[in-house]
Design a protein around this ligand. Structure first.
Ligand SMILES: Cc1ncc(COP(=O)(O)O)c(C=O)c1O
Length: 292
């Protein structure tokens, strides 16, 4: 599939899209991103992703010159030009261009990129078998440093290091605890457990990305009378759960069957997880269509 990029108003193939080496995300990680999926010619949860990145721009005081409705139109148009049915959109917004930390000394015109690409995170077998997960040593950032709700580019160096640790230990994902030792999230996904027949995910106060897939799963549970709550969870809960699964735009809904080598429940994807996977697959077909 040809990969197409819209960068500050110009559309080009990925290979020829270039940005300045003095871009603030390149120099300091001072940028935000979203990963968005396209299913059957429709962009899934486009408005939710736009809301999240614009909240981030506001928080980081980026001086956005493109409005949310304008960027929405740009994304729909690039998808149309890419002419694909299924794929992945990488949306990046950085503060601007220039050397030096002080924003007042740089060109504060944000650099905006919309890249249309493809993505397959885990092979189909992983969805059938479930993932092995390990608790990694790296903790999530406390909210009084960089709020974990920000999908900030620089923050991901820590998540990548945590993913390295998970890989080295032969696991598909790494579970990250917060500074209090409570369960927060995985390196690139949110986490859910089923305990006493109730679907449970860490409470937002535990500090994690407010995943759009996580919200979708909570909404699906409400709609289909599957009891679900947000609460404080610790490793004790993980080891006494009957089922577990991870959620993310890239990973979608994937079962988690072991933690630190210990089986969760009977070590197989559970019935509630499978039901939620089905419901999620069905709902991915409801995105915003981009064909004229
Ligand atoms: C750290 C982290 N947690 C959770 C998620 C899941 O978020 P979403 O469902 O919005 O993709 C991601 C996705 O990129 C992530 O990077």
């Amino acid at each position: 599939m040809p990969k197409l990029v819209w960068l500050n108003g110009t559309v080009s193939p990925l290979e020829s899209a270039v940005t300045s080496v003095a871009d603030h995300a390149h120099l300091y990680g001072d940028g935000l991103f979203e990963g968005i999926r396209i299913y059957a010619g429709r962009i899934f949860k486009l408005d939710e992703h736009l809301d999240r990145i614009y909240f981030g721009c506001n928080f980081l005081r980026y001086e956005m010159t493109i409005s949310k409705p304008e960027l929405r139109e740009i994304i729909l148009d690039v998808c149309r030009q890419a002419d694909i049915a299924d794929g992945y959109i990488r949306l990046n917004i950085t503060r601007g261009t220039g050397l030096g930390l002080d924003p007042k000394n740089i060109d504060r015109n944000p650099n905006v990129m919309v890249m249309i690409s493809s993505l397959a995170l885990y092979p189909p077998e992983a969805y059938a078998r479930g993932l092995d997960v390990v608790t990694v040593s790296l903790r999530t950032l406390p909210p009084d440093t960089l709020d974990p709700r920000l999908k900030c580019i620089g923050k991901y160096a820590g998540n990548i290091l945590a993913k390295f640790e998970a890989n080295q230990r032969g696991a598909g994902e790494g579970l990250m605890l917060n500074q209090q030792g409570q369960i927060a999230e995985c390196t690139g996904d949110n986490i859910f457990f089923v305990i006493d027949g109730i679907v449970r995910t860490p409470h937002r106060s535990c500090g994690m990305l407010q995943g759009i897939t996580r919200n979708t799963v909570l909404e699906l549970c409400a709609e289909h009378q599957i009891p679900a709550i947000e609460e404080v969870l610790t490793p004790y809960d993980a080891f006494t759960a009957s089922e577990a699964f991870l959620t993310g735009t890239a990973a979608e809904v994937i079962p988690m069957v072991t933690l630190d080598g210990q089986p969760i429940g009977d070590g197989k994807p559970g019935p509630i997880t499978q039901r939620i996977m089905e419901l999620y697959r069905a709902t991915t077909q409801t995105g915003v269509p981009f064909a004229l």
